[in-house]
Write a protein that binds this ligand. Sequence first.
Ligand SMILES: Cc1ncc(COP(=O)(O)O)c(C=O)c1O
Length: 261
Amino acid sequence: MLASEATIPATDEGLIRGDGVFEVIRLYEGRPFALDRHLARLERSAANLRLPLDLEAVRADAWRLLAQAGPDPEHDLLRIIVTRGGRRLLLTEPMPPNPEIVRLASVTYSPTRILDGIKSLSYGANMLAGRLARERGFDEALLVTPHGRVLEAPTSSIFYVRDGELFTPPLDEHILASITRAIVIQATAAPERGCTLDELLDADEAFLASTTREVQAISAVDERTFDAPGPITARTAEVVEALVREQLEAETAEQLGADTR
Ligand SMILES: Cc1ncc(COP(=O)(O)O)c(C=O)c1O
């Protein structure tokens, strides 16, 4: 069925209250990347939200949908949504436009502590932050606490370079345990280090990381501009792309083995 024709009951609390969980998975020529890691995060999110979830039913739905979708550029992403009303929605989507560089405007933001460890459907605040940034003529928001600590962007993690070394804010700043962030750390051994907005403005380079962006160079934060991509960002983009390819091949081989067993 076309995603635009799918419906859910208006009474579903997933819609009414944003009470539910979701994941977005990248498809490379129809093959899902890090599906098990996304399903594991979906399971953790649901458990933390006290949301019943039949993970094996989600997995079966995902493979059924991917078999129908095939390697079509219209199907770059797989979105999985599970609602309080007990619905499972699985949609494929094309990639959103992703320019090579991004300009960020800082927006004051306090993470909702109770939602720690939950990729919940309550994304209104994140979407508003992006809209406020675009109203100011930027591409995306940089979420910064009222005390000036750099967190992440509304749908991506941030890395920054100071004195030639790559860092990322720690998960205990109540940011999402991003799967791409973990891959960048695996590829570069970048340590976690908290960062104020002033320190970021003083950094040499910075980039965003997410499922859809992979590594995306930051060319401005507020009035501060960066040469983008800087050398460490460009190198990281290459090694991350190679690691993603390598892991994708291994996952595909494993899946083929499982299918023929
Ligand atoms: C708040 C937030 N941070 C970071 C990310 C990046 O996470 P991932 O790498 O798992 O896509 C996302 C993804 O949607 C997000 O919503």
